[in-house]
Design a protein around this ligand. Structure first.
Ligand SMILES: Cc1cc2nc3c(=O)[nH]c(=O)nc-3n(C[C@H](O)[C@H](O)[C@H](O)COP(=O)(O)OP(=O)(O)OC[C@H]3O[C@@H](n4cnc5c(N)ncnc54)[C@H](O)[C@@H]3O)c2cc1C
Length: 381
């Protein structure tokens, strides 16, 4: 596979990095400490066209190819040191916009996509429940048909964007006897009577991406809010996961590239025992490992993007990319701290934040254990 960028793509990459460095880096330390979502950065991304990369022009987007979109998200991750924010952008593109593009009716697409692209609507993807985490299809939330409506009851937790979302893509059981084939998805307005949500959950990393619970108590939603046919929830979820797993960590790949540049610079300039620390093999070996992790992460992600651009399935490639990028960012973030010594451990130097932010990657979109299970299953084990 050839991943050589055209001169136009290279210029676009530079432009995105300049934009991210100039517009998306203010108050990152403070936002992380306070756990606040940077609304102004979101709007700037919408105005710059970042939120419309995947969406066809007919719905207000720019309809770029997947590989270019992934490169854009990677460039944002390089220029913007706020991994919570880049995770939020990617979650919106791959887990909210994408299922609407693939499964929504024309009326739903017209209602949601232009507003999402313009940054006027923010959506959340809600499947996880207290008793249904890795085993997501064992969910208890139900949607019972009553004439031209469904009555929604249940509780979702660990939902990204929940405290601030304008609407939720909610998965609920519509046929209790049909197991995983009895699940449907719905577009639920956050203002619907019977919907309540918890406060922003305090968490160790990606603190600028809000997250919390959402509860449904006899929440009456019209049949027209169903996303896709009744019972297509499992297919919708699996299709969305193929995209999410492949690309949700694109920003983290960019962050790994930035992290590597910072570490190389430090290893060249920090002197101990009269020599630059980079001249000691213990330090330079770590940097070599970081570079290998970065390149292999990139290649796996581009491979998945290239397959998607050709309209091919990428179930195995998506899982491999997700597993490898998540574990690589975690390992490299710990190496970056070791390379910086005490400076790496102190919050004010903004090295340690990457480690806190990287841990979530081995949990969301399926834990690393689950990715390994899925890879093994595809290999016939
Ligand atoms: C930052 C963040 C953002 C999130 N955003 C969202 C969101 O927007 N929407 C949403 O719906 N959910 C979201 N989640 C939830 C996430 O998808 C779940 O946390 C994840 O699927 C794991 O479920 P669990 O936490 O219940 O862990 P469990 O499923 O209880 O797993 C606990 C442990 O057991 C292991 N385990 C479980 N089953 C197996 C098995 N069969 N084989 C091997 N090991 C196993 C797991 O790997 C893990 O180590 C988010 C989570 C985080 C941390």
């Amino acid at each position: 596979m050839d991943f050589a960028w055209t001169p136009e793509q290279q210029e676009l990459r530079k432009r995105i990095i300049r934009f991210a460095e100039k517009e998306l880096t203010h108050s990152v330390y403070q936002h992380d400490r306070d756990g606040t979502f940077p609304y102004d950065s979101w709007q700037k991304c919408a105005d710059f066209g970042i939120l419309g990369g995947n969406v066809p022009e007919a719905y207000g987007g720019s309809g770029r190819d997947i590989l270019t979109n992934v490169m854009i998200m990677e460039a944002i991750g390089y220029g913007c040191r706020d991994n919570g924010f880049t995770l939020a952008l990617n979650a919106q593109l791959w887990a909210v916009q994408h299922p609407i593009l693939e499964f929504a009716s024309e009326e739903q697409k017209q209602a949601f996509l232009p507003e999402l692209v313009a940054g006027r609507l923010i959506g959340a993807f809600a499947i996880t429940e207290p008793n249904a985490g890795s085993d997501a299809f064992s969910m208890e939330t139900s949607a019972v048909r009553e004439g031209d409506a469904y009555l929604l009851n249940g509780r979702k937790h660990y939902i990204g964007f929940s405290p601030i979302a304008d609407f939720f893509i909610v998965f609920a059981r519509t046929d209790p006897k049909a197991g995983a084939w009895g699940i449907s998805a719905f577009l639920v307005d956050a203002k619907t009577e019977g919907l309540t949500r918890g406060a922003n959950s305090e968490k160790m990393g990606t603190r600028t991406m809000p997250m919390g619970e959402v509860m449904f108590k006899d929440c009456r939603i019209p049949v027209s809010s169903r996303l896709g046919g009744e019972g297509v929830g499992m297919s919708l979820f699996n299709d969305t996961m193929d995209w999410e797993r492949s690309f949700i960590l694109a920003g983290h790949v960019g962050a790994m590239a930035k992290q590597l540049d910072i570490c190389i610079d430090y290893a060249k300039t920090r002197k101990q025992f009269g020599k630059a620390i980079g001249s000691y093999q213990s330090v330079s070996n770590r940097i070599a490992d970081m570079r290998v992790r970065l390149e292999t992460s990139r290649l796996l992600m581009y491979q998945a993007a290239s397959l998607k651009d050709k309209g091919e399935k990428a179930a195995l490639e998506a899982r491999m990319a997700n597993l490898h990028i998540a574990e690589s960012f975690l390992a490299s973030s710990l190496d970056a701290i070791r390379i910086h010594g005490g400076k790496g451990y102190l919050s004010e130097f903004e090295i340690e934040r990457d480690l806190r932010d990287s841990v979530g990657g081995v949990i969301y979109s399926g834990t690393s254990d689950i990715q390994r299970n899925l890879i093994s299953r595809i290999l016939g084990l």
